[in-house]
Design a protein around this ligand. Structure first.
Ligand SMILES: [Zn+2]
Length: 68
């Protein structure tokens, strides 16, 4: 199962993006929190919301969980 991380820094719109390990955008994240391994991004985003209520899936690696 893939490993997921959440960006500790919010984007301009206030969202904390959730990324799958290996995402090209994750490489640019300077501070992240490890969420664990999940079958899909849904579980990962749910976990990320326990850290950041504005957590949202990355449009590139987690399109099924990307809301905006
Ligand atoms: Zn990503």
């Amino acid at each position: 199962m893939p490993q997921y991380y959440v960006n500790d820094r919010a984007q301009a719109n206030g969202d904390h993006e959730v990324h799958k390990y290996g995402c090209i955008w994750l490489a640019k994240v300077t501070s992240k929190t490890y969420l664990g391994t999940y079958e899909s991004c849904h579980g990962a985003v749910q976990k990320a919301k326990t850290f950041y209520s504005t957590a949202d899936g990355c449009a590139y690696c987690c399109p099924a969980c990307h809301k905006k």
